[in-house]
Unconditional design. Sequence first.
Lengths: 279, 590, 319
Amino acid sequence: MRILRAIFGHTSGRIGGAIVLLYLVIALLGVMGFTPHDPLMQNRLDRLHSPTITYWMGTDLFGRDVASRLMRGVGQSFTVAFLSVAFASLAGTVLGLAAAWFGHRLDGIIMRLMDVLLAFPAILLALLVVAIVGPGTWTSVVAIGIVYTPIFTRVVRGPALSLKARDFVDAARTFGSSRTYILTRHLLLNLVAPLTVQITLALAWALLTEAGLSFLGLGTQPPASSLGLMLSDSRNLMETAPWLLVFPGLAIMVSILGFNLLGDALRDILDPRMRRSNP
Amino acid sequence: MSPLLSVRDLRVGFGHDPEVNQVVRGVSFDVAAGETLAIVGESGSGKSVTALSINRLVDFGGGRIVSGSVKLKRADNSILDLTAATEPQLTKVRGAEIGMIFQEPMTSLNPVLSIGTQIEESFRLHRGLTGKQARAAAKDALDRVRIPDALRRLKYYPNQLSGGMLQRVMIATALACNSRLLIADEPTTALDVTVQAQIMALLAELKRETGMSMIFITHDIGLVAGIADRVMVMQNGQAVEQGELNQILDHPQHPYTQHLLHAVPHFASGQAARTDGKRDSEASVDPALRVDGLTVRFPVTSGVFRRPAGAVHAVEGVDFDLMPGETLAIVGESGSGKSTTARAILGLTKSTRGTFSAVRQEASARQSQRPVQMVFQNPYASLNPRLSIASILAEPVIAAGGRLDVQTRDRMSMLIERVGLPSNSLDRYPHEFSGGQRQRLCIARALMLNPSVVVLDEAVSALDVSVQAKVLDLLVDLQREFNLAYLFISHDMAVVERIAHRIAVMYAGQIVEIGRAAAVLANPQHSYTQRLIAAVPTVSRRKEHFELDTRQVPSLVRQPGFEPAPADWTHFGADHKARTEAPPYSQTAG
Amino acid sequence: MGYVTRRLVTFPLVLIGVSILVFVAIRLVPGDSITAMLGTEAGLLTPQQRVALTAYFGLDQNWLVQYWHWLLGLFRGDLGISVAYGKPVLDVIFDRFPLTLELAFLSMIIALAIGLPAGVFAATHNGRPSDLMVRIFAMVGQSTPSFVVGLLIIYMLSVGFGALPTMGEFSPFWKDPLRNLSQLIFPAITLGLAFAASVTRISRSAMLDVLSDDYVRTARSKGASARSVIWRHALPNALIPVVTLSGMEFGYLLGGAVLVEKIYALPGLGRVVLDAILQRDYALLQGSVLFIAFNFMVVNLLVDLAYSALDPRIRLGER
């Protein structure tokens, strides 16, 4: 495909793509249970073991293998991130398209509602949802989904408004094309590019928010593992067992970096403004 | 005596490998003191890059001078090779010895600084003036470009002034420090034709007053007749011909110059108007389109509760009819309501009142319920970039309830071929086509449903002049073949003359004059039409003196409930009438 | 209608929306409010006490009436009583707000002091190695969660100093400025780094956009020096997106940095919300969340008003 070749030809696209691919493999292995050790098995003899051949990333306070827990944690974080971004992008696209197409009063209502949601810091809004529903994986998905819905609504509404004013939409109207035809083929098809960029970047934020929620103890619940939870557990042990801090910390950072790099590359490739300047 | 500016074998390239990717390929010319050199060429000819290379602004656009010299005789008679000059040397030359103005006055001024601040900057940079002295100098500079009420205008921000006014401000800034060379890069292309005439007149007057030299860059060879002493024609990065104005215009040697002078539409005061398809008032043919009292008003609201405070009377009581096989051109400047008229007829803008009826052509059974189709101005915006040409052409058929069957495919192939595109176009995407080709695609799409009327809204305005000519020829051929009626909306009198049978002149939302093309163009009756036609640059009008005129287009906002007086027409011959002017239009509207 | 007027009109509308959202959200919490409020102690209540309490809190009335009373209370500055802290909600908030405000200011100062020059520098050195360095740092900075930065800083400090230099009871600025700053400087750096990375990126791309605008070419054609082009012509235009971003981030920081406050054990507004959730103190949650959203909106309103000062196109209306 043209787009894959373009990503490969773009420096940060190449790095970001490689990172994301690596994480996807790790996440898949983690979710399916293909980890070096059982992430839940406690081994009292090997408590707080520093990294060795057997335990690549050492063990934690309960003697559980950090590498296995990390793989499972990545799987958990990615599951939540992908589901919540799917939720946000779907809801945001519908709301944004509706606001742009129908305009006037509906536009006003939708955008003011999004303003209301945007008035809360991301983590706080997620906390509020957790407070209502109680912590858990699905709560995290819904909470993070709601947090990023306004952003997708804005991302869709802006370009949709400008597409709506383009001559090819006017032309379609003069032919008498149906609303469905115009919305899908003239608007949505042209929104694929900005949406792809936004989805990639939103995955980075979603990972960040998920980690934050878990860190506060309001996301994934123990004994299940997640990166945020592992970091939280490392807090009182960092001087004796720094690997408990370093590996999950790096894992979170690099995953976010990967999506950010990929998102930047996609923006460079797909943004017609950029393309015009270097044909 | 050595010339003011002497350019020798200038080569300019872009990108990673400027040697290979050359846009200007060995251009040489001289500009003597007090002389105006016009550089003429179409897009991609390298004319603007040549200009930007003189004051080395091309460096900031990613360009590099590969070889050659640009020697400027400075005020102290020393010679400086600008291609070898350092950036500090260049900042002393720019603005002080070489001033420059650009195509888009609206974007060429800094939006967050006042006009006064931006003019004062020149005096601060090159004369060391500050405070009151700089302010006084800036006021003088505005006076010089004939901006009324200069002292108050100094406090204005760019978005508070019209394009013509902004271009005057640009000129004032460029000439603030008495530059001896002014580079004008398509300075009037973005402006209305009457405003263009004003700017041209101003440049000519300033040239006489100051004795400055000028390099005037344009795509319009008609425009150079009024101002240039010498002309250089550029094509593909090379100067194909240069010489004295009269020699180039009257005895062009190079085929490309001849092409520009003869194949391209030039205004000829009605002599080039079409003679085919005479209107026959005896015959009982129904018009293809009849418009009666078309009025479009946009409500204006004010305050928190959006109370109606009046309306913009964009189109007011427009009547005309259009016969099959006939072209009616609607001409006017921006804000005249010509495009709104077109959009209202297509139903893209809601009309406040008035009726229009379009008659379907008989013939084929697969007829659209929409006998009026449209071609838009911007060929880059009117085709969905994500759809293949086949899908684009099929859209009107699908919208009319048809299907993408063999019959439809046959018609697509026929039309693609008919508009002069390769037969494999159907599987390709819009970005693979040039502007002119895209406009042909738009024409093919408009013809898919066999319409009786095609509305062409500035359909050739975005195209290069030689492409314009070819698309116009195509339109005339198609009109004859399919007996189409065209409603041709344009601001360009030269183009209109080529295609129109009849012309309607719009001003401030109303038709002020309508009639046979030859009659309206050769013998304009309404004062606005006269002014409009007088402003059109032509090859035959050499060094003509334009009168300065600072009249503004009147505001179209009216109080609620305002109704204009009914039109009072004066007839001049069988098919030519104009609105009676008493009192003059410039005072009634305002 | 002018831009400023329009903003001032929508402000109360969105504020009412926010208050409804907060109000409804709290009512959606499962279980009856008395149990929620009193926790296990609710089991000790007699049925009569329970009815009396329900009536006292107005919980026997419908939501509309309850909302109306809550709204009236808001106008009197009465946000209810925090069960967890045993004092009025507003008092709890105002105890904590100075720290949050100071932390937000410090972070923003750090972010702008680093980010703006770095962004302008990178834009004017576009494509060169120094630009690449800045971009890498900004990218990594933006990708590192604040709590990871915080934990790493604490780890490095504890390895370097044996312990965090100044912890313990938080001292407000007016009591002991030095101690206060030493307590807040690392949290501020933690928050400021990611913030600085965002400022760097946005000021770089805004500068790049602006530097290719026509009026910059005009300024050069007038003979303006490179420095004058950057600072006088380009930067004022590039500032608009930077102000937007900084305003948003600052507004969010005023909501308390829950994670960083937790890591550094700082008693800020974020901790109040977290405590309110963990201790099911709904009056406090309702009040603090509303306060935070209100702050964010005020900051955004100020940012929008700042635009109109920066940009005459907004101030005078687009033609």
